[in-house]
Design a protein around this ligand. Sequence first.
Ligand SMILES: Nc1ncnc2c1ncn2[C@@H]1O[C@H](COP(=O)(O)OP(=O)(O)O)[C@@H](O)[C@H]1O
Ligand SMILES: [Mg+2]
Length: 270
Amino acid sequence: MLTPSPARPLTIAIGSQKGGVSKTTTTVSLGACLADDNGASRRVLLIDLDPQANLTMALGVQPGSLRRMVGDALLDQSSLLAVSRESATANLDLVPANQGLLMLDKALLGRPGFEYRLKQQLSRPQAAQYDVVLCDCPPAFGTLTLNALTAADLLIIPVACEYFAARSLQQFMELIQLVKNNTNPQLRYRILITMFDKRNRISHVIHDQLRAKFGDAVFTTMISIDTKLRESPVVGQPITHYAPHSRGADDYRALAAELLHLVSEWKLNG
Ligand SMILES: Nc1ncnc2c1ncn2[C@@H]1O[C@H](COP(=O)(O)OP(=O)(O)O)[C@@H](O)[C@H]1O
Ligand SMILES: [Mg+2]
């Protein structure tokens, strides 16, 4: 069992104020690995919170064709489950997004308790059919990311191996503290090193810096550069289907295993 309480699925936000660091790739790949895990029938819901709708497209859904999307649920015009749909991968469902989310950011701001909209939706009894919920955040710290961080048990921060990666993290750490002080004192976080290239010295420098600064808050698993991960969204399939024996698929399976182990330890320690 994964759920922190019987009524609520384990909720994970994948966030960073930087674009292009593997947030969406991690959401879809980790989600598929958790759903498709040697017969463990874990039900996984992916929620697209980015107006760019890359997660939606990565699962083969056209944002322009949607009648309803995640914004309708956040405005309470629909339930999250009414907006969700099955993907081609068993046990993996999607709450899609489209550009309409750009307006939502403004519409929500200033409404009392707007940070809790997603959390409220995930606290409804229907949501308990899912074991894990993964939220793909936009590369900004607006109302959508705030909703995800308020609902989350865990925040995964992907950090791509490039110059200044560690420095921009500092800013995000301050925002996490803000959320902990205000809307979600229980929030935990882990840093995920992505686009690791073992032949490139910079990758090792970034790795050592992050480990020195953040210690155990860095996942042991690192995600290597793999062009198969770049190709899979084009065909609208998770890496586990598009290239199940690729390096990228192996890395994300290792991440899923590390995550499940971590969560079971938290449960043991209360
Ligand atoms: N491990 C990886 N190896 C190679 N390409 C990757 C990897 N992770 C992500 N990419 C590619 O990098 C780009 C940015 O990734 P994406 O997941 O969309 O980032 P974000 O959601 O943070 O903006 C995409 O083209 C994606 O396919
Ligand atoms: Mg993205």
